[in-house]
Structures are given as C-alpha cells and as structure tokens.
Write a protein that binds this ligand. Structure first.
Ligand code: CTP
Ligand code: ZN
Length: 152
C-alpha cells in the first residue's frame, strides 16, 4: 500500500503538474472546466513538491490539450509540465514555454490603448518571464502577473 498517494493515477488523459501554487483554478478556467466537456477532473492544491515547496496539480481524464491552451497555461504557471497519459503510463512529458511574443490571448490593461478602439489584435512583448511581465506593443503599458491572471 502506498500511503503517499494523494490523488489516484488516471488511465487516459492529461496531468498538468508543477503548477504554481494558487493557480489551479485559473488553469481550470483556461480549460473551460469542469463545465466544458463533462470530463472527470481532479484538482490538488498545495501539494508538497521536492522542486518548488508546494505546487498544484490538475488531472483531466479523456482529453488532451490544444496548443493554445498550453500557451495560456505557461503565462500563469511557467514551471508546469504537461503529461500525456495513455493506459496509465506517461507517454509524453513536456514543459510549457512562454513564447517571445503573446498575441490575441490577452487584452491590454490600459483602457485608453488603441487595441480597445481599433480592430487590431492585442500584442505583447515578453519583457520578463519570471516574474512574468508583458509590455503592450501598442501603448507600452506593462502588465504584471496579477493583471494577467485576472483575465483568465
Ligand atoms: N500520473 C497520473 N496518472 C498516471 C501516471 C502519472 O496521475 N497514470 C501523474 C503523476 O502522479 C505525476 C504526473 O502524472 O503527478 C507525472 O508522472 P511521472 O512522470 O510518473 O512523475 P514524475 O517522474 O515525478 O514527474 P516529474 O519528473 O515531471 O516531476
Ligand atoms: Zn496597450
């Protein structure tokens, strides 16, 4: 008997592991869960982790993630790993990655920004990855982690 197993292994689906503690609910929002698909979802928060002190974990059964979902998760949880599980085994493990530029995912926090008036796609330059800071390509307003998280 494994006394340490906190949440059950899944048979098929995706385990998003090493999520920054406190971000699990935002990750669920990105995935449009639990309402999205009827998928079984397990969430663990503040789980002790060797690497990070504590972490959150989200397990989604019967579903793999789209690349734009993975990109969004990277903005909130830059240390997250995406584990694809098939028949109880991790068949693929990849770390999320913050791109150089973020386009079309977030809106600018500056209410006077041109992106709110003209039909242009919001675009941000990644100024810092840790902590995450995004600079609007149009008005140069910098958005911090809290402002980014609020949008999910
Ligand atoms: N997992 C799961 N169901 C499975 C297989 C794995 O829920 N059938 C979970 C594990 O509990 C873990 C994550 O998927 O949270 C990654 O599994 P694994 O690669 O086996 O764990 P580690 O080697 O500890 O991963 P890492 O090195 O990324 O920390
Ligand atoms: Zn702007």
């Amino acid at each position: 008997m494994e006394r340490d197993i906190r949440v059950k292994k899944i048979k098929d689906g995706t385990v998003i592991d090493h999520i920054t503690a406190g971000q699990a609910l935002n990750v669920l929002r990105i995935l449009n869960l639990p309402s999205g698909s009827g998928a079984t979802v397990t969430v663990a928060m503040n789980v002790p982790s060797r690497k990070a002190g504590v972490k959150d974990i989200v397990k989604v059964e019967g579903r793999e993630l789209r690349s734009e979902e993975v990109d969004r998760i990277a903005l909130l949880a830059p240390e997250a790993t995406i584990n694809i599980v098939r028949n109880y085994r991790v068949v693929e493990k990849k770390k999320v990655a913050i791109p150089q530029m973020v386009e079309g995912v977030l809106g600018c926090a500056n209410p006077n920004c041109i992106t709110h008036v003209e039909p242009v796609k919001p675009r941000f330059i990644v100024e810092s990855k840790k902590p995450i800071r995004l600079r609007c390509h149009y008005c140069e307003r910098v958005m911090c982690e809290a402002e980014i998280a609020k949008q999910f």
